[in-house]
Design a protein around this ligand. Structure first.
Ligand code: PHE
Length: 347
């Protein structure tokens, strides 16, 4: 049996060992191991002291037990304290090592964009859809009848010379204008009619501002009491959305066989605000589209009573709008597929 004094000295010894030992611990894992060496129920040094209880004279037992318990509680406190301190330091170190530098330049992700002509076309569709227009897409190959004759442009009509046509046969051709779609719509639908018809058209024409293939967007409204005022009101909304607030339109007399009266629509120069600049050639106005009141003959060709109904029609050149919007002066830039150019023509 061990001497009682020796055991008491052992309590002090263990206490001193813990007091200095914990200070040297460098990690929470080391704290755990160190703690185990004292408190492990089997091998722990303090647990072993407890086991000596049975060998101690009963009158000293309570006193000794109290000493060991105090040691145990005190040791537990020291271990917890150290554990907490080291865990906090470890968390701090981890945060530091995992820190994200939000000022670091991000990896650039290259995304494509829609072709500028498609972007403008979509923008037009959105604007007209918001005014209640439906979209009708015609075909690129048309008959002479739909492209010309039904539009009050019979075979020998001088207006056929306005557009240099690609004929596929005496009957079939590549449509020169989306106006051909007007006839299909009016044949298929009774008024009220409110449609736009975007699509490719073809003309044997080729210079800085003309391409043999380009895009038009036809507009057609047929109802009771439709006038040029309705046309201009709608177009004013349109140009403000495309070129910005304050942009307006003016109508100039023109000629198209399928509209009467016919107008050329100018938009107030969004570059100089109307004062006159290079873009508007000093006039303050830029021509953007052709339009008019649907010729009664065209309505009648489609079986619509021109005494009851009237209509308005317009044809927008989408490339022309895109060129104005993006400030480019050669239509070929839109079709050469040079990505260095196309990447810049993006909203
Ligand atoms: N189709 C005409 C053109 O291509 C434009 C237009 C459409 C004019 C509708 C009046 C009405 O030049």
């Amino acid at each position: 049996m061990q001497d009682l004094n020796e055991l008491r000295a052992k309590i002090d010894e263990i206490k001193a060992e813990i007091a200095s030992g914990v200070l040297g611990l460098k990690s929470s894992k080391a704290v755990y191991e160190f703690k185990k060496s004292f408190l492990d129920p089997k091998a722990g040094k303090i647990s072993q002291l407890m086991k000596e209880m049975k060998n101690i004279p009963s009158e000293a037992r309570a006193d000794f037990g109290k000493g060991v318990n105090e040691l145990k509680n005190w040791a537990g406190g020291r271990f917890d304290e150290m554990d907490e301190k080291l865990k906090a330091a470890e968390a701090e170190a981890r945060y530091e090592s995992e820190k994200i530098d939000i000022t670091m330049p991000a990896k650039k992700i290259k995304v494509g964009n829609l072709h500028p002509v498609t972007q403008v076309k979509n923008q037009l569709i959105d604007i007209f859809a918001s005014m209640g227009f439906e979209v009708f897409e015609g075909t690129e190959i048309e008959t002479d009848y739909y492209n010309f004759t039904a539009l009050n442009t019979p075979q020998d009509h001088p207006a056929r010379d306005m557009q240099d046509t690609f004929y596929l046969s005496p009957e079939f051709l590549l449509r020169t204008q989306t106006s051909a779609g007007q006839i299909h719509v009016m044949e298929a639908k009774k008024p009220p009619i409110k449609v736009i018809s975007p699509g490719k058209v073809f003309r044997s024409d080729d210079d800085a501002t003309h391409s043999p293939m380009f895009t038009q967007m036809e507009g057609l409204v047929v109802d009771k009491h439709i006038t040029l005022c309705d046309l201009q009101g709608m177009l004013n909304v349109l140009v403000e959305k495309i070129f910005g607030e304050g942009t307006t339109t003016r109508l100039r007399p023109s000629y198209f066989p399928f509209t009467e009266p016919s107008v050329e629509v100018d938009v107030s120069c969004f570059e100089c605000g109307g004062k006159g600049c290079k873009l508007c050639k000093g006039t303050g106005w830029i021509e953007v589209l052709g339009a008019g009141i649907v010729n009664k003959k065209v309505l009648e060709n489609c079986g619509i009573d021109s005494n009851d109904y009237s209509g308005l029609a317009f044809g927008i050149g989408v490339e022309r709008l895109a060129m104005l919007k993006y400030g480019i002066n050669n239509i070929k830039l839109l079709y050469e597929s040079d990505l260095r150019v196309l990447e810049q023509l993006n909203d």
